[in-house]
Design a protein around this ligand. Structure first.
Ligand code: IMP
Length: 445
């Protein structure tokens, strides 16, 4: 099997690192872009020539006409959200016909999942997760509980059929546990059965499709959603999402072997943000956060919520992904600062930890240990810079320090929201790989 040339792109913080832009940038070098987990809780923003596209479910590769996009079995799909996104792309002249495939094994999100989530969040009160309210968690719960509904189940919408039976049982359970007016399972079933006609042409065994693509040597980009610290196993549990946003999620969420992954590109923002509740050791006070939020336009792409902002946390950039290289985004947002901080460890009691403690209480007891570096305000800008030699010396020093602490070389530096505001280090693993293994942008595959 051809194993080189395939790359996994993963968020290395709490999501919102700017994966959309990086995937968009790399997509022309790939034949296939495949999404492995999450749902329309994700919000991938891509700006092309001043035009903004926000994608939630469909991989950002869809903006490139030569690329086929796959929504894998590990994704949870709200059919209404999927159709809305397809319609939006078509309205803007981007035809997805024949270029978008959905796994028949992916689980669906139906209206009762959202109701169950709203009730759970309200029950939790002050301990609520602060989810995106899209029904993501309950859909994964039903999957693990083995009474979930998969895309392929939508094909059998007959009265008395499998879909009807599952929906009757699931809506019955929802009506027993959620206060307020009951939901009529028949109308949920009829709506669910109706989507099949439109969905059917997209549905396939995507694991087989990817296997064949890999066999044929067609380069595949594996696109993760959310980020490492939101991973259900390795993140700040329980303040996490309900899927594996780390590298293992690529294999289980797409049905591909680990040897298919030729490299892992971790995306980090030059500082840290988080939406929703949960611990955030390097969080700034409101005045500091507000400045970064304004400069970086840090509002959730899915929910519009203001993002919490803080310093770069090198402890949080975990080893679990085996990252080959990093892409650093939003360096330009730091252009305004005289001084920068990087968290190099967590102090708890008398000891300094270099790994986050596994419990929420343990994490809450940690104080970040900071290293302070000079900023470059007044000594140049990074905004819009496309040649590394034009970066201010302090910006280069900041990058070098983050590289050393994270243990992976920075391959790509993003200096603005547009596609063009980017530096690709040709001598980095990803740059060398792009040069050697993958066709350049726009070339035929
Ligand atoms: P859920 O994924 O909607 O269940 O939300 C669980 C947690 O993950 C919440 O803190 C959300 O804000 C966060 N989250 C989910 N998706 C994203 C994302 O794409 N970017 C950033 N945070 C996210």
């Amino acid at each position: 099997m051809t194993v080189t040339g395939n790359l996994a792109v993963l968020g290395a913080q709490w999501g919102d690192e700017g994966k959309g832009k990086i995937v968009d940038l790399l997509s022309p070098a790939f034949a296939v872009v495949a999404r492995s987990q999450g749902g329309h809780n994700a919000g991938h923003t891509v700006i092309v020539g001043g035009d903004e596209f926000i994608l939630h479910l469909i991989p950002s590769g869809i903006l490139h006409p030569g690329v086929t996009c796959v929504i894998g079995n590990g994704v949870v799909v709200d059919p209404a959200a999927l159709f809305a996104e397809i319609d939006q792309l078509h309205a803007r002249g981007l035809d997805t016909t024949g270029r978008l495939l959905v796994s028949s094994r992916a689980h669906v999100i139906l209206p009762y999942h959202r109701d169950i989530e709203a009730a759970a969040e309200s029950r939790l009160g002050a301990q609520r997760i602060g989810t995106t309210s899209r029904g993501i968690g309950p859909s994964y719960e039903h999957k693990a509980g083995r009474f979930g509904i998969r895309i392929g189940d939508l094909a059998d919408g007959r009265p008395g059929g499998r879909l009807a039976g599952l929906i009757e049982a699931n809506v019955g359970e929802r009506n027993r546990t959620v206060a307020g007016p009951a939901l009529d399972w028949r109308s949920v079933w009829q709506d669910a059965a109706r989507v099949w006609e439109r969905l059917a042409p997209l549905v396939t065994d995507t694991s087989r499709y990817l296997h064949d693509a890999l066999e044929a040597g067609r380069p595949v980009l594996f696109e993760g959603a959310q980020g490492t610290m939101l991973d259900i196993d390795h993140g700040t549990y329980p303040y996490v999402t309900s899927s594996n946003a780390t590298i293992g999620g690529v294999c289980t969420g797409l049905g591909v072997g680990p040897q298919a992954i030729g490299g892992v590109l971790g995306i980090v923002k030059a500082y840290t943000t988080r939406v929703g509740e949960g611990p955030f050791p390097t969080e700034l006070d409101e005045a500091g956060a507000e400045r970064l939020r304004a400069w970086g336009r840090e509002y959730g792409a899915s929910t519009g919520r203001p993002r919490r902002c803080g310093w770069f946390d090198a402890v949080g950039v975990l080893r679990v992904n085996g990252m080959t290289a990093l892409a650093m985004t939003k360096l330009d947002v730091l252009d305004h600062l005289d001084e920068l901080r990087i968290c190099t460890g967590y102090r708890r009691g008398g000891e300094v930890l270099i790994d986050p403690p596994p419990t929420i209480d343990g994490l809450a007891a940690c104080e970040p240990v900071y290293e302070t570096l000079p900023g470059w305000a007044g000594a140049g800008r990074t905004a819009g810079v496309t040649d590394e030699r034009d970066l201010p010396a302090a910006a280069r020093a900041y990058l070098a320090r983050l590289e050393a602490l994270s243990g992976a070389p920075v391959a790509i530096i993003s200096t603005g929201s547009d596609r063009g505001d980017t530096i690709v280090r040709r001598d980095s693993p990803v740059g060398r790989w792009l040069d050697a293994g993958a066709p350049a942008a726009g070339q035929a595959r």
